[in-house]
Design a protein around this ligand. Structure first.
Ligand code: DAH
Length: 361
């Protein structure tokens, strides 16, 4: 047996025994590394005569490719065995009962979004969405709040700076209310329209009852005959279902919004004691939403014929009605990501559908 056969036999024997990638690498270095056995023999070719080089060179080259193929094959084999072992050890038993204790919770805002959507869906409303970053026209001008209108000051708007754009109509803002989705819907759909728009809104304001990002739900109904009576009926029905109280005290107070005419605010009766507010009675009143008949100017701005169509709209603070229903006193804690708070006020995934339940602590 010549020298090459011996080396070959030895390497193959080692490869057969090797059972880890680490050992395979060691064998590769032993055979084919810079100072490896086969590499050294190849180097010695330079000292041989041309004829010797021809025959021996071929032999050594064949051995080199054979060994590297064997090494690669064995490496792949070991990798697939390792993977198989890993998959086996990490397998999940899907039949195991879930651990309710370690589940994440549904945030009260998400829960209330679901509750509100469910109640209005039952009344025949569809759900619409719009972008959080709005242009000035959709957020203000189309809603009958032209530049310089005093109502713009009420909104503490976050403006988005765009370089070299001096056109106020295309200036971008973080939407200050969900009302621009009324505009987008009317521009794209023919009446009759029945939508609600749950979503995020932004204003530069922060205290116990205000956060820079908050949530609203907008409502819009456009057809040929809806009037204030329908608006009232719809909102009273909603409030009863949402708070799960059959006899609720409420009042509609005249108000002003540029996009509705006439406009009103809805208050519900409550009792306030310190930081605590309890629903019921008519000792104190709490404003929960703004509403009114859609201003014909807005209809025309959105391409809707105001001689044929009319309708009503409303806008409500989601966080505020969540606080009221579930007894939370500081809006800022909604967004603190404090796990103790989330655990206490959060909901389980299985609390759905939730419209008929109230939480008491
Ligand atoms: N957009 C108003 C706000 O954010 C709320 C509102 C009031 C919406 C009256 C309406 C409405 O659709 O009719 O303060």
């Amino acid at each position: 047996m010549n020298e090459l056969n011996k080396i070959e036999e030895f390497i193959i024997e080692q490869l057969e025994k090797a059972d880890s990638e680490y050992l395979i690498e060691k064998i590769r270095v032993y055979a084919l590394g810079k100072k490896g056995k086969i590499t050294q023999i190849m180097r010695s070719l330079s000292g041989m005569s041309i004829d010797e080089r021809k025959s021996f060179g071929k032999e050594i080259n064949n051995l080199k490719s054979k060994i590297s193929e064997l090494i690669n094959a064995k490496r792949l084999l070991i990798q697939s065995v390792d993977l198989e072992k890993k998959l086996k050890s990490e397998s999940l038993d899907l039949t195991l009962p879930i651990n309710l204790e370690s589940n994440g919770n549904i945030h009260p805002v998400s829960q209330v979004f679901q509750e509100v959507s469910l109640i209005f869906s039952d009344m025949g409303f569809d759900i619409a969405e719009g972008p959080d970053i709005e242009d000035d026209w959709h957020n203000f001008t189309a809603l009958n709040i032209p530049p310089e209108h005093p109502a713009r000051q009420m909104h503490d708007t976050f403006y988005i700076k765009k370089e070299n754009d001096f056109d106020s109509e295309t200036a971008e803002v973080l939407r200050t209310h969900t009302s621009p989705v009324q505009v987008r819907t009317m521009l794209q759909t023919k009446p009759p329209i029945n939508i609600i728009v749950p979503g995020r809104t932004y204003r530069s304001d922060s205290d116990q009852t205000h956060t820079p990002m908050f949530h609203q739900v907008e409502g819009l109904v456009i057809d040929e005959k809806s009037h204030m009576g329908h608006l009232k009926g719809c909102l009273v029905e909603f409030v009863k279902k949402f708070f799960n109280i059959e006899k609720i005290n409420y009042r509609f107070r005249p108000s002003y919004f540029p996009f509705t005419e006439p406009s009103a605010e809805m208050d519900i009766g409550c009792v306030r004691e310190g930081n605590k507010i309890e629903l019921g009675g008519d000792k104190n009143w709490l404003e929960i939403l703004g509403c009114g008949m859609v201003n014909p100017v807005v209809l025309e701005n959105c391409g809707v014929d105001s001689r044929k169509y009319q309708g009503f709209a409303f806008g409500m603070g989601i966080d505020r009605i969540a606080m009221l229903k579930y007894g939370m006193s500081d809006l800022r804690s909604f967004f603190d990501s404090d796990l103790r708070w989330l655990k206490h006020f959060g909901f389980s995934q299985f609390d759905f559908p939730p419209d008929s339940r109230r939480r008491s602590f």
